[in-house]
Write a protein that binds this ligand. Structure first.
Ligand code: M6R
Length: 621
């Protein structure tokens, strides 16, 4: 989604801004632009923008150079108005003296626009943002920051913004309401940065100050001042962008998605590192902030998330209920935030989010808190909004996930939920022996993830066979139903195929009508309590000529294994993941689905890391 980077200091701004924008590419965007304020002699406010890629913007800046040591830049993901050159940010006032970049939505933009047009302002874009720059233009005040503050009083909605003025060439004014903004503080004498995402400034600093809602800050070459919503000067804590944010390079892989799939032996290990207590048979989770009395009073857990994080929550429900015997409810965060959820005392809400910035999940977490729940976050990005607002947090430590498709964060979410289940279970009725056994299975899992990845050559061949098939169904039962849903999501978002995820037994209630020899049915069927039942789902599909790919386990029936026996005769292909206890099988069964979607996407010529119409993170609705 939209991204912002800004700089003021002793160096030329344009190369730093372009570099920052390229680090934000992974978020998804459709247009980009920058504004640089020149010093005496140079044209004062120089704006370059276009619909298209950062590389095209860089070429434009080479053709029409900009000069100056103060500037702002933006990647836009269209919401109000088509992705065109004029709708791209920055936006300027009538006199071309101010330039503004904005993430968020100005909800009262139409009313403001009407009033400003009536007052004589010329609007040249279809965006909501343009109203704000005209508001600043006519706002009273001696300084840019005074005018920004005065203008923001009229704004309803959300914003992360950065503004520069031709008349004040050594200053960037920034503000935040509802969408992340941070000040980057590099070594003394090298200037100041602002960004909406730490990836944009990682090369220059690891020290950042996060703005709170209502904050306005003024950046100058030698430092910054920050004011809260009541215009009082504030000093906020400097945080270290965690080391695990570093290293966003391809390392020889053709795509980030493939790199991240292959990182899973390491990332699953990192999620578990230091958290398994083998002697006690428990888990150590340092930042939960759950008192003994809160644990004793726990009656219900509500898991909140969107998309892949919601699928992880569905797996987590079974894990926590079986280990800790606490009722768990799973909610789409986007629905829960608007529902009058009935919450009993003793409810713990857990917001699950890779980015920690998904607006729906953040708002759902806030709604749960207002309704009286204690709130935890399971997040990957250290210092993200959910991590900072939650009462406690379990970090995934999976490193930066750049590919739009969530892969390594998903498997780490499953492990974080298992660690939480083990932690809670051992504080309730789970025996130390059962805890020790689970801890040892968990410790062995990263090795099994590595073994699962050796299926890739077989999956590549299979992808070539099926890449032309237009319709897919992924089936599963129990703990592997969410994996079927996740597999179908991956085929949709990355391979751009029509794919549905279904519970195996639901097929006969309607979707079975679609089955014929054109339909590919992927069935997730490891050896577990649902194995025989799923086999019977497959028999019904086979009887109707459906082509079946089974993701099964090495200890299940057919092809020389024990168990169910006739799997081999039912299916066209089997992808056999290593045997593991059923509770942990989703961590392995999802990997062939990730690889299948990846290889089909490549064969179909899809843009794997930046899929059509999608962004990495949605901090807004
Ligand atoms: O950062 P989050 O986990 O909150 O993101 C939730 C979804 O936006 C995310 O899972 C997205 O749908 C991915 N593209 C799924 O692969």
């Amino acid at each position: 989604m939209c991204g912002i980077v800004g700089y003021v200091g002793p160096q030329q701004a344009a190369p730093l801004l372009l570099q920052g924008l390229s680090r934000l590419e992974y978020r998804g965007y459709d247009s980009a632009g920058l504004a640089v304020v020149g010093s005496e002699g140079a044209a004062r406010l120089q704006v370059r923008k276009l619909a298209g890629r950062i590389s095209a913007l860089a070429s434009l800046v080479t053709e029409l150079p900009v000069a100056g040591a103060c500037g702002i830049a933006h990647t836009r993901w269209a919401t109000h108005g088509a992705p065109t050159q004029s709708n791209a940010h920055p936006h300027c006032d009538c006199r071309h003296e101010l330039a503004l970049v904005h993430n968020g939505v100005i909800e009262n933009a139409d009313v403001l626009r009407q009033r400003l047009e009536w007052a004589g302002h010329d609007f040249v874009t279809e965006t909501d943002t343009e109203a704000l720059v005209h508001l600043i233009e006519e706002a009273p005040g001696e300084t840019l920051e005074a005018r920004v503050l005065a203008a923001l009083e009229h704004i309803e909605g959300t914003y992360g913004l950065a503004v520069v003025a031709a008349a004040e060439p050594d200053k960037v004014v920034v503000a935040r309401q509802g969408t992340p903004m941070m000040i980057g503080i590099p070594a003394q004498g090298t200037g100041m940065f602002v960004a909406s995402d730490p990836a944009a400034i990682l090369e220059h600093t690891r020290s950042v100050v996060h703005l709170n809602d209502g904050d306005v800050a003024v950046l100058r070459p030698g430092g910054y001042e920050l004011f809260d919503a009541d215009s009082r000067p504030r000093v906020r804590q400097v945080s270290d962008i965690a080391a695990d944010l570093l290293g966003g390079e391809l390392a020889g892989y053709p795509h980030f998605m493939l790199k991240e799939i292959h990182e899973q032996p390491d990332t699953t290990r990192a999620t578990l590192r230091g958290r398994l207590l083998f002697t006690e048979g428990s888990a150590r989770l340092d930042d939960l902030n759950l008192s003994a009395s809160a644990l004793a009073g726990l009656r219900r857990i509500v898991l909140l998330g969107c998309s892949s994080s919601w699928h992880a929550a569905l797996v987590g429900r079974d894990i926590i209920e079986s280990l800790a015997e606490v009722p768990v409810q799973v909610e789409y965060a986007s629905e829960y935030r608007y529902r009058r959820a009935l919450q009993e005392p003793g409810t713990l809400a857990i917001a699950i989010s890779q980015s920690g910035e998904t607006g729906d999940t953040l708002e759902a977490m806030r709604a749960a808190r207002v309704a009286g729940a204690r709130v935890l976050g399971i997040v990957n990005v250290v210092g993200s909004s959910i991590a900072r607002e939650a009462d406690g947090v379990i970090y995934l430590h999976a490193g930066p996930e750049i590919g739009v498709a969530s892969t390594k964060a998903f498997t780490s979410q499953l492990l974080a939920l298992t660690l939480f289940g083990l932690y809670l279970g051992r504080r309730r009725d789970m025996s130390p022996a059962d805890g020790r056994e689970l801890a040892s299975h968990l410790a062995a899992l990263p090795g099994l993830v590595a073994e699962t990845l050796t299926l890739e050559p077989q999956i590549r061949t299979l992808a070539a066979e099926f890449a032309g098939a237009g319709s897919w169904v992924c089936l599963g039962r129990g703990a592997n139903l969410p994996i079927a849903l996740e597999g179908a999501l991956k085929l949709k978002e990355i391979s751009r195929l029509h794919a549905e995820g279904y519970p195996g037994a639901e097929m006969k209630h309607g979707p079975m009508a679609l089955i014929d020899s054109d339909m590919v049915v992927v069935v997730v069927v490891p050896q577990d309590a649902m194995y025989a039942k799923t086999l019977s789902d497959m028999q019904q599909i086979r009887a109707r000529d459906g082509r079946i790919v089974a993701i099964t386990s090495r200890d299940s029936g057919g092809g020389g294994g024990g168990g169910g026996g006739n799997l081999g005769r039912l299916v066209d292909h089997q992808l056999r993941v290593p045997a593991v206890i059923p509770l942990l099988s989703p961590v392995l069964t999802v990997i062939p689905l990730q690889l299948l979607a990846y290889h089909i996407a490549v064969l179909r010529g899809c843009d794997v890391d930046k899929p059509r119409h999608l962004a990495k993170s949605y901090s807004l609705e």
